[in-house]
Write a protein that binds this ligand. Structure first.
Ligand code: ZN
Length: 218
């Protein structure tokens, strides 16, 4: 019994020591393994992403507007159906029928960027809810990507400057088209860039004009 107690005490002490070592290392960055560093970054990213997400769900006019329309259309989204996760460098968010909305916690420059990404994915969710899209059909997918890029703020000119595109002439439309094509290329049913371009061009006129649930681009 007493040796159990001693072991317990030792366990406790080593746990305390470990906690202390990690919190001290977090400040200095010294003595941490790469795995520990990664874990800390992941935790920080997740906390930040969750904090911004929760804040936007209640305070952003754009996000609350979209959530409201989703609810009215019978597809309610809440905080748990919008999840923060680490992602590879190629994307910042995603929408899936089974999993809901993904926010790539390690990909956001700032809260506004997360807001635009969340708006983009909520427009996909809205399209899916309202129009029963077939995501393997490239024209359906293209239409939703055009709308998401057009309406979400993805193509705000300040963001374009950050990406290195400086010509403002028809910049918004060019940005929407470019981003829609890139997203359609990632569709498993898309075999080439030409196929993606064709799908986007075919639905462009009607989908660029279709600003539901917004009356107009603001
Ligand atoms: Zn998209």
């Amino acid at each position: 019994m007493s040796s159990d107690l001693k072991n317990q005490q030792e366990d406790q002490t080593s746990k305390e020591f470990e906690k202390w070592r990690i919190s001290l290392s977090n400040l200095t960055g010294l003595g941490l393994t790469n795995e520990e560093k990664e874990r800390i970054i992941m935790e920080k990213d997740w906390n930040k992403c969750e904090k911004w997400k929760k804040n936007l769900i209640t305070n952003s006019p754009m996000i609350t507007f979209l959530l409201d329309h989703l609810k009215k259309s019978g597809c309610e989204f809440n905080s748990t159906s919008i999840q923060c996760h680490p992602c590879p460098e190629t994307k910042s968010g995603g929408f899936s029928i089974e999993h809901g909305i993904l926010l790539c916690q390690n990909r956001f420059f700032n809260k506004k960027h997360l807001e635009d990404t969340l708006s983009h994915e909520l427009i996909h969710a809205f399209d899916h809810c309202k129009f029963n899209l077939n995501w393997f059909n490239l024209r359906h997918h293209a239409c939703s990507e055009i709308r998401a890029a057009n309406l979400s703020g993805d193509c705000r000119w300040t963001r374009e400057v950050k990406r290195g595109f400086y010509s403002f002439n028809k910049q918004h439309q060019a940005c929407v088209k470019r981003r829609a094509i890139l997203s359609v290329i990632a569709n498993p049913s898309c075999e080439s860039r030409e196929m993606a371009e064709k799908a986007v061009n075919e639905v462009w006129e009607s989908c660029f004009k279709d600003t539901r649930p917004f009356d107009e681009i603001y």
